[in-house]
Ligand binder design. Sequence first.
Ligand SMILES: *Cc1c(COP(=O)(O)O)cnc(C)c1O
Length: 393
Amino acid sequence: MKKPIDPAAGTLAVWAGEEDRVRHATQVPVFHSVAFGYRELDQWLEVAPGRQPGHIYSRNTNPTVQVFEEKVRRLEGAEAATSAASGMAVISAALFGLLKPGDRVVSVRDTYGGTHQIFTEFLPRFGIQVALCDTTDHEAIEAEIAGGYTLLYLESPTNPTCKVVDLARLASAAKSAGAVCVVDNTFATPINQNPLELGADLVLHSATKYLGGHADALGGVICGRGDLIRTIFHFREINGAALDPMAAYLLLRGMKTLHLRVRQQNANALVVARFLEKHPAVDQVFYPGLESHPGHGIARRQMRGFGGMLSFILLDNRLEAVGRFLARLRYAHAAANLGAVETIVGPPATTSHVECTAEERAAMGIPEGLIRYSTGIEDPEDLVADLERALEA
Ligand SMILES: *Cc1c(COP(=O)(O)O)cnc(C)c1O
């Protein structure tokens, strides 16, 4: 297992970005201010083009939002960071900000449903080619990367079947081809995995999930090389999908316990996965922490913990059986979300891949009877007892 970045992630989750004490407040204030005023024109003229630090207009930058970006930047060990109104807004800003007609994207079939939709529906409209490879076929991905200027877009573990991609290997292939390597680290969180340490150029999160952790705020954040972040920020400030200061505050508040939550979720997911693996009513379990998982070896090398997400297929994998099972769970929201303090369940047709048609899901190898299980921070005995009861039917 890899060592955590220095200072330890728990200390960073609590303190990073919070050095500036506004009127001695120990907590970060929510700056509900659209604009920031300057009596001195000279000073305004310095701040506006960014020659001096400061804020002008909250679509561009906002002090509460900036603290959130700084905390994630430190946790990912990055040079720079910028944010957006949601995970999809930050993914869109990265792709539309960095790419132009004639460019190529290489990615995998198992990316988040919304991202997959950008690859298949929107980028091709602008003359950007997208090659989607079998997620665990590293040779095929390397062959595509060698084919010309490319942005390599990865996710690991993937949604919803928890496949593991060798980030160091593919980031190195991207580097030798002069490509930019972007990793969606939402499932792993900076507590379990730091893609920049493994050679990626950019790492992004749907902060809506684990970073916030309380299912009460949408947000997205991307960190990495300063030159790339400046380009993405510039697109995002003009595109306008800025992170709201109240959402930034909720995400910051959630992040103070990120390391505690993720530690508990890692432990809970392993207990639940081991229980399901032995249960006669369960056909298959996908969790990178299981020795039986094909990506377990890579996960051990690149992750410090295996995460709180798992998925499984019931022996009776018809949607009616899935529906009956979900209705019997007491300690799980059946909802299209993940990474919260409460356990959350759902099939891909209503969660990760709601944007895709049944045919598209089938083509991506996502069974309709799959159940995605995002472990919360409950006591693991209760989660297991709850699953046992629901599986009796
Ligand atoms: C949810 C999610 C996104 C999209 O984030 P939003 O905040 O919902 O826009 C992107 N990637 C992954 C892996 C996700 O789980």
